[in-house]
Unconditional design. Structure first.
Length: 73
């Protein structure tokens, strides 16, 4: 069974329920973070409108913080 990487670093033991889409670490519910990314429709190269539903992305805290810090300023 896949174990949570962050828990193992803290000398704990928890089963992973997801995998970080960026770095691939196994994550338990406590260490799983959801980032909803807007989806744009049509109009290449310039998007026309934002879709009603966002695209969920599951990430570890480190990757989420780095993406939010560098990509959404």
């Amino acid at each position: 069974m896949l174990k949570c990487y962050d828990c193992m670093k803290n000398n704990s033991d928890a089963e992973a329920v997801s995998v970080c889409i960026s770095c691939g670490k196994g994550l338990c519910m406590e260490h799983t973070h959801r980032l909803d990314v807007p989806i744009w429709e049509g109009g290449y190269p310039i998007p026309v409108k934002v879709m009603d539903k966002d695209l969920p992305r599951i990430m570890c805290e480190y990757c989420r913080d780095k993406i939010l810090d560098t990509g959404f300023d």
